[in-house]
Design a protein around this ligand. Structure first.
Ligand SMILES: C[S@@+](CC[C@H](N)C(=O)[O-])C[C@H]1O[C@@H](n2cnc3c(N)ncnc32)[C@H](O)[C@@H]1O
Length: 194
């Protein structure tokens, strides 16, 4: 039977195709290059997968909670945290049933993850004043192109993110559509201190 793309079983099956870390152990370069925008404190990694970004942030002294519903990815994430000798809290949770706690997080990161729309629209409420939303993912323009093959459920439409963060101050936004590079969107947005 073919599982619905983007479902928990589908993700577990995807991770099972590899004995090693499917997305690697190294963090997103965009994240590593822009740590200065993330102040130290409570950081929520939504769709934390095998933990590469959460573990990296913890190694830089951030207090990280990673949320994901893939048991296989989570086991690998816990192993990576242990091997790196850092403390990360990983929570096995379906994002469809996750309510972001009000004004709790200094940073919320979404790397290669597209949460349900209601959660996406409510993320700014989860940030403290001065907190940062940090996103990097594929756009639908990558579908059918050479290179990485993300599922449509992981992709953002052109300009879509901008429409969902109107209550934040966008300090960086880039949508890449070059012939020889994957179509990616990157966003850094801050909750203003009023
Ligand atoms: C492409 S992976 C990215 C993982 C990680 N952010 C990274 O950069 O390596 C997307 C992750 O989102 C998780 N995910 C997708 N839909 C989810 C949902 N409804 N609830 C919880 N996790 C979900 C998947 O299990 C998967 O680990």
């Amino acid at each position: 039977m073919t599982e619905q793309t983007g479902s928990k079983v589908w993700w577990n099956q995807k991770y099972e195709t590899s004995n090693d870390y499917l997305y690697g152990r190294a963090p997103s370069t965009f994240l590593a290059d822009n740590l200065r925008y993330l102040r130290k404190g409570h950081t929520l990694d939504i769709g934390s997968g095998e933990g590469r970004n959460a573990v990296y942030l913890a190694s830089k002294d951030y207090e990280v909670l990673g949320i994901d519903f893939s048991d296989i990815a989570m086991k690998r994430a816990e192993t990576l945290a242990k091997q790196t000798d850092v403390r990360v809290e990983f929570k096995n949770q379906d994002l469809n049933f996750f309510l972001v706690p009000l004004m709790k997080h200094d940073s919320i990161i979404l790397i290669d993850t597209r949460p349900p729309l209601t959660l996406l629209k409510s993320l700014s409420r989860g940030l403290v004043n001065g907190g940062t939303l940090f996103v990097e993912a594929y756009t639908v323009n990558q579908i059918g192109r050479s290179g990485p093959k993300p599922d449509i459920s992981e992709c953002y439409k052109p300009n879509e993110l901008l429409r969902h963060v109107t209550d934040l101050h966008v300090i960086y936004y880039n949508e890449r559509i070059h012939d020889n590079e994957p179509a990616r969107v990157q966003l850094i947005a801050k909750k203003s201190i009023r």
